[in-house]
Design a protein around this ligand. Structure first.
Ligand SMILES: Cc1cc2nc3c(=O)[nH]c(=O)nc-3n(C[C@H](O)[C@H](O)[C@H](O)COP(=O)(O)O)c2cc1C
Length: 192
């Protein structure tokens, strides 16, 4: 299924075609090339002062850490669909700047890295689905993350499957149209 963005001017095909399915092909496994390509795309994202405050934990479907994060680190709705994805990428951020202040821009930086990775996934014929519905403390403990890291989001990564492989609310959301605010609602100044 495609859910191409409807836009008033053309945008790059990978941007128009990107969306966040919940139906993933549970027979697909992430190849080493795919994993490296995704991580390299994230690594080369821009960040404030080039400080790169993101840290990544790539958990492959079926591995011991993946099993524990799926069982204890995802909220109920996410547990209903995310385990069929080929991998889960847990994104953590540094919570303090090198001089000990709260690291406010780190979330923005990590968002850029995930955005870049999600576009690279499209380029590879894969799809991503970001999740904030996590039990953050459980994942922090499972992954034995250092105290200076906070768990931010997890990203399900894999090959899209047919919507019919889902049931209930996940199926309903899968077949619902994608919507956005109009440009008039989000561009406060300078709308073309
Ligand atoms: C930071 C973030 C957190 C999200 N958390 C969840 C989540 O926990 N569960 C879920 O099913 N979808 C989650 N989503 C997916 C959004 O609902 C989805 O991206 C949004 O509806 C736009 O749809 P699209 O990505 O298909 O364009 C999240 C997306 C982002 C960017």
């Amino acid at each position: 299924m495609k859910k191409t963005a409807i836009t008033s001017a053309e945008i790059a095909p990978v941007l128009a075609e990107r969306w966040s399915p919940r139906a993933f092909d549970e027979t697909h496994t992430l190849s080493q090339h795919e994993a490296l390509s995704l991580l390299e795309a994230a690594r080369w994202a821009a960040s404030a002062n080039n400080a790169q405050p993101w840290r990544f934990s790539l958990l492959y479907r079926g591995d011991a850490l993946w099993q524990k994060v799926v069982a204890e680190g995802l909220t109920g709705f996410n547990q209903s669909w995310a385990p069929r994805a080929s991998a889960l990428l847990v994104v953590s951020i540094k919570n303090q700047t090198p001089d000990g202040r709260p690291y406010e821009i780190a979330r923005y930086d990590a968002g850029l890295a995930v955005a870049t990775l999600s576009i690279q996934a499209e380029e590879l014929g894969l799809r991503t689905h970001q999740m904030a519905g996590l039990v953050h403390a459980s994942i922090h403990s499972t992954l034995e993350l250092a105290d200076d890291l906070d768990v931010l989001v997890a990203v399900a990564i894999g090959k899209q499957a047919a919507a019919e492989t889902l049931q209930g609310p996940a199926f309903e959301r899968e077949v619902a149209p994608r919507t956005r605010l109009e440009l008039d609602e989000i561009v406060l100044h300078g709308k073309p």
